[in-house]
Design a protein around this ligand. Structure first.
Ligand SMILES: NC(=O)c1ccc[n+]([C@@H]2O[C@H](COP(=O)([O-])OP(=O)(O)OC[C@H]3O[C@@H](n4cnc5c(N)ncnc54)[C@H](O)[C@@H]3O)[C@@H](O)[C@H]2O)c1
Length: 342
């Protein structure tokens, strides 16, 4: 049921990356709130949350590439876009390592093409949220955790560098030169329903635990991470979008970190997944496999707090880690059954 009494009702919202993990979840909530969602979609991939949950029938999908500025200009002007969530991105770290060109094109060029399209037709725009990531900071020693918004960006690997570039480009549009209502989000790792990139730890391990494949750990599992549940992230995106539209002068140009401030090792994550799927007896084999492995091309330790978003928007995560994992497992149980058994 659409909620009429809220800021998003009838807003024209552009979501790039709508056929991806976070884009699909965001579109779902925007549709529930009655927004008119316009989603940029690059390929005809159907094995996504957008199609599995039939959200494609409830939004306007527009096929094209975010590195095509004229294509984006047409959407912004013709659809009278009011709010933009820029989520389209080449996110796979592995692809970033073997194909940095593709990663730089989508992540950097895609971002300035979108911002230039908005600069050409700014008349209806109320808020622009550009998704950066904790990876933009690069590696800091453990004693410097949690990251703070004023830490300099020192990325090293291609994906991380591409995100930091896009992050700085977005900030430049919020300066007095252009006065755009732009903010940049740097969230920690996100997990939840709809994450169908099976090189990521949750989908990969849950699929194996539910009996649809095998799981091979990539490294020794000692890296420290912070994982936030996707419904909390969507809730925060909506708070930021609405807040920015209502107070553009005060909020434009801000950077927002968000995490749960609860560091967790990759080993502990896997232990939780194996336990909550009833596969704890297999976890000792995984632990054995991890011992002696080296982790290459990944940051050692990252986590974040939510102090600033709490101050500005009163936001804090609603889900416990285990609560999020339970919801995620239940979603994958239904999805994998549908995919492999019907
Ligand atoms: N998933 C996480 O843990 C996480 C954490 C922090 C930040 N982020 C950021 O959130 C955003 C969304 O991440 P996600 O996990 O949903 O990724 P995803 O890979 O699931 O979705 C990204 C979407 O962008 C599309 N895309 C890529 N290049 C494109 C192009 N040139 N033109 C049009 N579409 C293109 C892809 O087809 C895909 O559908 C990214 O900017 C990412 O850096 C993600």
């Amino acid at each position: 049921m659409k909620i009429k009494d809220n800021y998003w009702f009838n807003k024209n919202v552009l979501v790039t990356g709508v056929n991806g993990f976070i884009g699909g979840n965001l579109a779902k909530h925007l549709v529930e709130k009655g927004a008119n969602v316009f989603g940029v979609i690059r390929n005809s991939k159907r094995d996504t949350m957008l199609y599995y949950e039939k959200l494609n029938e409830k939004i306007t999908l527009i096929a094209g590439d975010i590195t095509d500025k004229d294509f984006l200009s047409r959407i912004v002007s013709e659809e009278r876009i009011q709010s933009v969530f820029h989520l389209a991105c080449q996110v796979e770290v592995g692809i970033g390592l073997v194909n940095p060109y593709l990663t730089f094109e989508s992540n950097i060029k895609g971002t300035y093409c979108l911002l230039e399209a908005i600069r050409q037709y700014p008349q209806t725009i109320e808020s622009v949220i550009v998704a950066s990531t904790d990876k933009s900071y690069g590696s800091y020693p453990r004693e410097k955790m949690p990251y703070k918004e004023d830490y300099p960006l020192c990325p090293k690997y291609p994906y991380d560098v591409s995100k930091a570039c896009a992050d700085l480009i977005a900030q430049s549009y919020a300066t007095e030169l252009y006065n755009f209502p732009v903010v940049v989000t740097r969230f920690c790792n996100i997990f939840g329903p709809g994450q169908l990139n099976f090189s990521a730890i949750f989908p990969d391990s849950i699929r194996a635990c539910l009996g649809y494949g095998s799981f091979t750990p990539r490294g020794n599992g000692l890296q420290i991470r912070d994982f936030i549940f996707v419904e909390d992230v969507v809730d925060l995106y909506l708070c930021i979008g609405e807040g920015l539209a209502k107070k553009p002068e005060r909020l434009r140009g801000h950077i927002y970190n968000a995490g749960t401030n609860t560091p967790i090792s990759v080993r502990e994550i896997l232990e939780t997944v194996y336990k909550l799927t009833g596969q704890e007896h297999s976890f000792s084999n995984i632990l054995e496999e991890m011992k002696g492995k080296e982790t290459v091309g990944e940051i050692d330790c990252q986590y974040m707090d939510f102090e600033k978003v709490n101050q500005h928007f009163g936001w804090s995560p609603k889900h416990s880690f285990e609560g999020g994992v339970i919801k995620t497992i239940e979603w994958f149980r239904r999805y994998l059954k549908y995919k492999y058994e019907y």
